[in-house]
Design a protein around this ligand. Structure first.
Ligand code: FAD
Length: 364
């Protein structure tokens, strides 16, 4: 059996999921190389900041929509069978106000909040909420069963699953993507590098993708537990501000979001925005606090900021030959890195097979 020498560059959800699926083929010898690993907290490392949930944003028939559709069965499987993964089912209500249609968050959530979205046949329990049950100012709303992922549990779980299948992990910072090809734990030059560097692909040598943008997401993590997930298409507090809540399973606290601030690199939580987020979340989900209380009824664990790696044409999952090295890219997942993770990693497998078949053909 020939051996395939593979380096995965990046240990966020994209790199770990790619490594995990690649590791199911025993012919693949994999090293994951990264500046940040699960357990690290850094604004350059997006994955620990995500909620994370499954609220599809891709248009019907788009590549993103297909990746999100392909990911649901995996998350459903984990929620049903793997309590150690930190993924649990959770009821989600998404509300739309027609006046948000042309706002940043209205466009972001346009597919999600459609009355008859493509995902209605994918997730369980999809239903339109009858108009007489809508909150004041809300024009329509959908309910379905989503999942919430406790990323503080899930990222180490992905790493441990990789380790069980022989994947090696190494800390390193590379300045050019092909430098990763010579960092495999075996000392051999890699047959290919899987580039999962998220927003850093903007400046990584050999990639330099200037169509990437940071989309700043600020959140508050609280101990209060409303037991369900909520989102609305916009706010009256200005473009780029949003409102959503979800309860991380296994004691992970409740995420209060948020913001969707394009090209804003500020890593520090804005205290005024934090107050607006908390107020809006209570308005959206009153059961967050005891009846009659406002933000004083919230028990805050921490404030945080993450930068979503948004790419203008959507995630880049494609192969490219750079000099004599093959690279399979998997970056640019905006606010959908978890909910598209398995779909994208399956495409990485297909592209990897194409690259390796050329190698094996040349070796004949
Ligand atoms: P990252 O997690 O940023 O990982 C990049 C990796 O590459 C790191 O290991 C880093 O160290 C490494 N790296 C980079 N450059 C180098 C280098 N030069 N050398 C070595 N290593 C390098 N998504 C959802 O699906 N659902 C949600 O509910 C959701 N909520 C979100 C809420 C917020 C507030 C935010 C900020 C994001 C949210 N997202 C959500 C989006 C999701 O978090 C991202 O799409 C995802 O984490 C991107 O993962 P990644 O692995 O591509 O990048």
């Amino acid at each position: 059996m020939s051996t395939n020498i593979i380096v995965v560059l990046g240990a966020g959800v994209s790199g770990l999921t790619s490594a995990l699926l690649l590791s199911k083929d025993p012919a693949n010898q994999i090293t994951v190389i990264a500046k940040h690993m699960p357990g690290d907290v850094d604004v350059e490392y997006c994955s620990p900041w995500a909620g994370a949930n499954y609220l599809p944003f891709g248009a019907e028939g788009s590549r993103l929509g297909k990746w999100e559709k392909a990911t649901w069965p995996h998350l459903q499987y984990l929620a049903q069978n793997c309590p150690d993964a930190g993924v649990e089912f959770q009821g989600a209500t998404v509300r739309v106000r027609n006046k948000d249609k042309n706002s940043t968050t209205g466009k972001w959530t346009a597919e999600l909040t459609k009355p008859s979205p493509w995902y209605r046949t994918v997730v369980p329990d999809f239903a339109n909420i009858p108009s007489h049950q809508l909150d004041p100012g809300v024009d329509n709303a959908n309910y379905f069963t989503s999942v919430c992922i406790n990323v503080a549990v899930y990222l180490p779980w992905l790493l441990s699953q990789c380790r069980r299948r022989g994947v090696e992990f190494k800390r390193a910072i590379v300045s050019h993507v092909v430098d990763a090809a010579t960092a495999h734990h075996s000392g051999k030059t890699a047959d290919l590098v899987v580039n999962c560097t998220g927003l850093s692909s903007m400046t990584l040598g050999g990639v330099d993708d200037k169509t990437l943008h940071p989309v700043r997401g600020q959140l508050v993590v609280v101990r209060n537990d409303p037991g369900s997930m909520h989102m609305i298409s916009g706010t009256d507090d200005g473009d780029g501000e949003g409102t959503y809540t979800m309860v991380r399973p296994a004691g992970g606290g409740t995420i209060l979001g948020g913001s969707y601030q394009m090209d804003n690199w500020d890593p520090n939580p804005d205290p005024n925005l934090a107050i607006r987020i908390m107020k809006r979340c209570i308005e959206l989900c009153p059961s967050l606090v005891p009846q009659g209380q406002g933000i004083e009824g919230l028990s805050v664990i921490r404030h945080g900021v993450g930068l979503r790696p948004l790419r203008e044409d959507g995630p880049r999952v494609e192969r490219e030959k750079i000099g004599r090295f093959w690279v399979v890219h998997n970056y640019g997942h905006g606010g959908y890195g978890y909910q598209a993770s398995y779909g994208c990693a399956e495409t990485v497998l297909e592209l990897t097979a194409q690259v390796l078949s050329q190698k094996n053909h040349c070796n004949l």
